[in-house]
Design a protein around this ligand. Structure first.
Ligand SMILES: NC(=O)C1=CN([C@@H]2O[C@H](COP(=O)(O)OP(=O)(O)OC[C@H]3O[C@@H](n4cnc5c(N)ncnc54)[C@H](OP(=O)(O)O)[C@@H]3O)[C@@H](O)[C@H]2O)C=CC1
Ligand SMILES: O=C(O)[C@H](O)COP(=O)(O)O
Length: 484
């Protein structure tokens, strides 16, 4: 039975030109703005997944052997096409994941820059040759020619929050390196993902070099990640799913960016106005639905009151609401379930004695930016990643207490330290168990050629343009044995 029923689009979204197929072989994509259906994507069966992976496998030898300059040319073209479609894509992003228009637009232009930089970087990566005589017992007659080889078929799995950028930042380096790619977008974000694939094809990618499988992760995810045709998995998403994938797979290299609980550590001598401005933007942009969002403040007691007053003032200036109507800072969360989770964290903290400074209000999946003071280590919000607009403040007695609390997290993505003293900044940075420490800045991923990684439960391996290309290639040594 595969009957089609007509679905009428909500007036909020009727300007979007997306097809809706209402049958059991399609999944509905629900907008976080208004909760209505935006479009549908196919729910792939196992046989269809097999077919797409096989296409990528078959396309691999020819793509690997395609000159790098030609592969790079496709990325330059894709970057141009992306920019040509920036208005349409921005609009789709706003509708599909509820991002504010300015951030959505910058996601697209950043992705175009990313693709160009990837092509440039790939062209400048080269191998080396090594002579044997450095090792005792060998001489110059033995020479290794060391090249970088693609790994084969890369499975790229992206999350909902950057449906264009976190897809392209896996796909572009993988393709530049000579791999073929099977792309599994987050279901909310799959309409954007579909457009991105179309753009790569329009740029001239041969058939099978980039294929896409859509379907709910809970239904097809395990089948895809354990498929024998996959040679490498590049995943961004929650720690829960990342851990699950790493338990399911065997002998497949993994590159994973997972959850975080980034701390902003504010020392006594920090420029508090500057720190507050950075923290508010770091914590609340896209309503905190960013892995690198500032997710807790560890502030020295002596300056806590002053910092909190400044934070409150800035938070109260944030524009909250519907990104389809106007430019706002804080938008509805991706769905009701996400909002329930954040709401429960706020309630738990309040019940255990946290002081609500501002926010603490909810309208459906829109949570108002919330600042909680006097958060203690028995409260869930001190440790759990909200992926929403709630910011806990933990007051500390000393710099070492801040470091201890920062490191007590199971996560280790990034941390900020705000201070005017470079010695103190480096002392704190040297002790923090994270992938990146930001001195006097909010936590953030860019610029995209910097290494981006998480330690502990925040990830495996390193992304960032050159790092991603290197991660998705392997070294091959061809040894010349001369006998002169
Ligand atoms: N460190 C980083 O760089 C980043 C980390 N994140 C983290 O991601 C989370 C939010 O993103 P969200 O999209 O909700 O994350 P999820 O972990 O829920 O989903 C991520 C992706 O995994 C897919 N998936 C789900 N189950 C499986 C499975 N069994 N096998 C294979 N794939 C599966 C999802 O598909 P489907 O949508 O169909 O379920 C989606 O494509 C937060 O925890 C955040 O910290 C987000 C962005 C960046
Ligand atoms: O997915 C995320 O949340 C990102 O990797 C963070 O990127 P950003 O710091 O540029 O928002």
């Amino acid at each position: 039975m595969n009957a089609e029923k007509e679905i009428k689009k909500d007036s909020l979204h009727e300007n979007l030109d997306i097809e809706i197929k209402n049958n059991e072989k399609h999944i509905e994509i629900i907008s976080p703005i208004g909760g209505s259906i935006l479009g549908t994507v196919p729910a792939y069966s196992k046989e269809e997944v097999d077919r797409e992976i096989k296409k990528a496998k078959n396309a691999f030898p020819a793509w690997r052997d395609t000159p790098l300059s030609v592969r790079a040319e496709v990325l330059y073209k894709a970057s141009d096409i992306l920019l040509r479609n920036i208005d349409e894509l921005t609009d789709l992003l706003v509708h599909e994941v509820g991002k504010d228009k300015k951030s959505a637009n910058s996601e697209i232009s950043r992705t175009a820059d990313f693709m160009r930089f990837t092509a440039d970087t790939a062209k400048s990566i080269h191998g080396e040759s090594i002579q044997g005589d450095n090792f005792s017992g060998f001489n110059k007659e033995k020479v290794a020619v060391v090249t970088r080889e693609p790994v084969g078929v890369v499975l790229a799995i992206s999350p909902f929050n950057y449906p264009i950028n976190l897809a392209a930042s896996k796909i572009a380096p993988a393709l530049a390196a000579g791999n073929t790619v099977v792309f599994k977008p987050a279901t909310t974000g799959a309409l954007c993902g579909t457009k991105l694939v179309e753009i790569f094809k329009e740029a001239g990618l041969p058939d099978g070099v980039l294929t896409m499988v859509t379907g709910k992760g809970s239904e097809i995810g395990d089948y895809v990640v354990t498929h024998q045709g996959i040679n490498f998995i590049n995943f961004t998403g929650s720690t829960e799913v990342g851990e699950h994938i790493s338990k399911m797979t065997t002998m497949v290299p993994l590159l994973m960016e997972l959850g975080g609980k980034d701390a902003a550590i504010v020392l006594k001598d920090a420029d508090l106005s500057f720190a507050a401005k950075n923290i508010v933007s770091g914590a609340f942009s896209y309503s905190g639905q960013r892995c690198t969002a500032v997710k807790r403040i560890l502030v020295l007691n002596e300056v806590a009151d002053e910092l909190i007053a400044k934070l409150k003032e800035l938070i109260e200036q944030l524009k909250i609401g519907n990104p389809l109507e106007e430019q706002v800072d804080v938008v509805p969360l991706i769905n009701e379930r996400a909002a329930d989770f954040v709401w429960n964290l706020i309630e738990d903290a309040k019940e255990k004695g946290a002081k609500l400074i501002c926010g603490g209000k909810r309208e459906s999946n829109l949570i108002f930016p919330t600042l909680l003071d006097y958060v203690t280590t028995d409260m869930r919000v001190a440790w759990e990643e909200p992926f929403g607009p709630v910011l806990p403040v933990l007051r500390v007695e000393s710099v070492d207490e801040a470091i201890r609390l920062a490191n007590a997290s199971e996560y280790g993505l990034q941390s900020s330290v705000f201070t005017e003293n470079i010695e103190d900044a480096f002392y704190v940075a040297s002790k923090l168990e994270v992938g990146t420490v930001q001195i006097n800045n909010k936590t953030e991923r860019g610029p995209d050629h910097f290494p981006f990684l998480g330690v502990k439960k925040s990830g495996i391996g390193t992304q960032g343009i050159r790092y991603s290309i290197e991660a998705m290639t392997r070294v091959k040594a061809t040894v010349i044995n001369l006998h002169y």
